[in-house]
Design a protein around this ligand. Sequence first.
Ligand SMILES: Nc1ncnc2c1ncn2[C@@H]1O[C@H](COP(=O)(O)OP(=O)(O)O)[C@@H](O)[C@H]1O
Ligand SMILES: [Mg+2]
Length: 253
Amino acid sequence: MIITIANQKGGVGKTTTAINLSAGLAHNGFRTLLVDSDPQCNSTSMFFTPQEIKASLFDVFLDSGVDIATIVRETEISGLSSVPSSIHLAKVERILAGEIDAPLKLKKALSNITSTFDFIIIDSPPSLGLLTVNALIASQATLIPITPSPWSLEGVQDFLDTFKSVKETFNENLQILGVLITMFDSRTLLAREATEKIKDVFGDLVFNEVIHRNVRLEESPAYREDIFAFAPGSRGARAYENLVKEVLERAGK
Ligand SMILES: Nc1ncnc2c1ncn2[C@@H]1O[C@H](COP(=O)(O)OP(=O)(O)O)[C@@H](O)[C@H]1O
Ligand SMILES: [Mg+2]
């Protein structure tokens, strides 16, 4: 199953969720691939230094047609592989302008390696441009992290419009796997109210597990560790463990 983590707003926990969901799936014995499709390279830098990266997802988008299988790298987490991103990915939009198959590049590239993995998780950039569209066309499902604030629902509406047109035009099987409340702060009334509104709009699509604001989750990237390795007993680790279970249930595994 290919799942894109998406929300065009930055700082809502996309990368944190992509990393810890991927790591959690790998810990559960599923062969997992994390594809970093964000030119900011945040999930890439969890696993590799810039010097360690020779080829990246950028090369897959070029006409030279680099086979994505040659870019897949094993990570230090057993069962988890990764396709690194590159700052050059920001140029893809311009380079592919006018190419008729521009939105289909990632789907075509991944089709060669889907049978190698049980799950492919795509971390996407904070925009609704060509990279996010490529990711959604390549996926069966999308997981939408939302930070509950008075404006979070307005922000997600643009994403839902993009989701709908991708589904209608390119990928009728695309589903919303779930909406994940992230960085929840139970002390603020605003967060509680916004969470209720999100549940009103998305109903059962909202995962039962809520990711609370948690210092350990914030610290772990600096140590280049997933939350299970960095702080196994923490609230953040338990939350992502439960999310992994819910994702497995919804994926029918
Ligand atoms: N539940 C959380 N509690 C505290 N900090 C978090 C939490 N989730 C993410 N963060 C931190 O918030 C920042 C933005 O998260 P990130 O996952 O990079 O968002 P995005 O990929 O959507 O831009 C990062 O510094 C990250 O470490
Ligand atoms: Mg990110």
